[in-house]
Ligand binder design. Structure first.
Ligand code: F0G
Length: 458
């Protein structure tokens, strides 16, 4: 008999988590204005708010922290980090930052001007925020298939080369870079194929526009290339990663995801002018060029994390857990963005809560219901997160409306996945009774989902 699949690590340290009663949770979520970002973490049983900065570091990373060099300038920890980035990505120039959005802020301060247009696949919300707040436009050229949540295709995160080429022609002279997010978080943690990266690269050469990879989950993307794309089965993750980055000019990185650190990020590029242009913004906004907002010990842990998490076994353990949860949801007929992505399951809320009107935010309603049901904290990646149109100020109801269940790396077991699946089944069973959602009573002008205050309609 073939042995079953199991994790490629064992657990050395544990952190207790606590259950609560439904009555307690009803009060707590009301006090939080029905916004899961406003809940204190001790009121959460299983925390799926994000996979960002919430992973468990390895013994190798903890050991490296002890060797952190906290010198202000020229710390050995910076050179450890730079070497790891050079080796893994092939990019020569490195600017450390304290997290991913800081990398965007530093690089975009140099590259994005009022009136700029930045085409790509679905931009993450901080990326969109850093573009739109500069009076520029984030143009989404993701393939249309990504919008059909029930369609099973291997690379649903891809950019549509036709849409991209049209953008490159229409906005000639206004485009500082093409930005590809790997994996495509907003479309459901969906991967981008090597073929697609190659096509984008060809367009970039044809129109002489550089390519930037928003690389938060680049290693998970490489895992999908290895397991789904023809010709890559026998390549190592590190070989695949090298090829992916060979089609780009630079990257921004939130190391809180695929480098499995609690805080950290960087910019890496082969373009000396990007490096020279961005570095002064780093000094002003983040810190000196050899720490950029990170401690020496954090840079050491990041260097080790990058190396370890570009190995197949680590990624296989990770992705198989997401697949496990997806299979459990299939048993109960819970609709989600198919196939399951790299870091999360995205529940298709309007398909589950068919009685909640669009204007009453079905995904947010489902997020609140799941918390009340089992103390599980997810987050809405839907109409609230989409913010208002910067010109018309109307809500943007055109896209997808998901409840995202982001799975932290190496944190929960498959027993926890079972709890999540059953909690959703219970909601599905009484979906007909959930026929009202929420209205916004207060919101920020940009990135409103973090602080929005809501009230139930009934
Ligand atoms: N790019 C992508 C694709 C992301 O998913 C994130 C963060 C960032 C950039 C910004 O990085 O948080 O280090 O500043 N995503 C988190 C999430 C917050 O929950 O998906 P950061």
């Amino acid at each position: 008999m073939e042995l079953p699949f199991a994790e490629s690590w064992k657990i050395k340290m544990v952190e207790p988590i606590h259950k609560s009663t439904r009555q307690e949770r009803e009060q707590w979520i009301k006090d939080a204005h029905y916004n899961t970002f406003q809940l204190s973490a001790d009121k959460v049983y299983i925390d799926l708010l994000t996979d960002s900065g919430t992973g468990s570091m390895s013994q190798g990373q903890w050991a490296a922290m002890m060797m952190g060099d906290e010198s202000y300038a020229g710390a050995s920890s910076f050179f450890n980090l730079k070497k790891a980035i050079n080796d893994i990505t092939g990019f020569e120039y490195v600017i450390p930052t304290h997290q991913g959005r800081a990398a965007e802020n530093v690089l975009f301060s140099y590259l994005v001007k009022e009136g700029s247009v930045c085409p790509g696949n679905s931009h993450f919300d901080t990326t969109k925020g850093h573009i739109e707040s500069r009076g520029a436009m984030a143009l989404d050229c993701t393939i249309d298939e990504a919008k059909d949540t029930q369609l099973e295709i291997p690379f649903k995160g891809n950019v549509d080369p036709k849409k991209l080429e049209k953008a490159l022609q229409d906005y000639k002279g206004k485009i500082p870079f093409i930005i590809i997010t790997i994996t495509n978080n907003t479309a459901g943690g969906q991967p981008v194929s090597m073929k697609n990266l190659r096509e984008v690269h060809e367009l970039s050469l044809k129109y002489n526009i550089p390519v930037l990879l928003d690389s938060a989950r680049f290693a998970e993307n490489a895992y999908f290339i290895k397991t789904r794309e023809e010709g890559y089965a026998n390549k190592t993750i590190k070989e695949i990663v090298k090829e992916m980055f060979s089609y780009a000019d630079g990257m921004t990185m939130s190391a809180k995801k695929d480098a499995i650190v609690n805080m950290g990020g960087f910019i890496a590029t082969r373009k000396q002018d990007w490096f020279d242009g961005a570095k002064n913004f780093c000094i002003v906004m983040e810190g000196y060029l050899t720490y950029g907002g990170m401690n020496g010990r954090d840079m050491n842990a990041l260097a080790v994390g990058l190396d370890e998490n570009t190995e197949f076994e680590m990624l296989e353990t990770r992705i198989k857990q997401i697949e496990y949860l997806a299979k459990r949801l299939d048993e109960y007929g819970i609709p989600y963005q198919r196939p399951a992505g790299g870091h999360a399951i995205f529940i298709d809320a309007p398909k589950l809560l068919t009685h909640v009107p669009t204007e009453e935010f079905p995904a947010q309603t489902l997020t609140v219901e799941l918390y009340k049901e089992a103390g599980i904290r997810g987050c809405e990646i839907g109409y609230i997160l989409a913010d208002r149109d910067p010109i018309t100020r109307e809500n943007r109801f055109g896209g997808l409306d998901f409840l995202r269940l982001a799975i932290p790396r190496r944190v929960y077991t498959n027993n926890h996945m079972d709890v999540i699946a059953v909690a959703l089944k219970n909601l599905k069973d009484r979906a007909e009774q959930i026929n009202h959602g929420y209205k916004i009573v207060w919101e920020a002008p940009l990135m409103r989902h973090f602080t929005v205050k809501l009230e139930p309609i009934k």
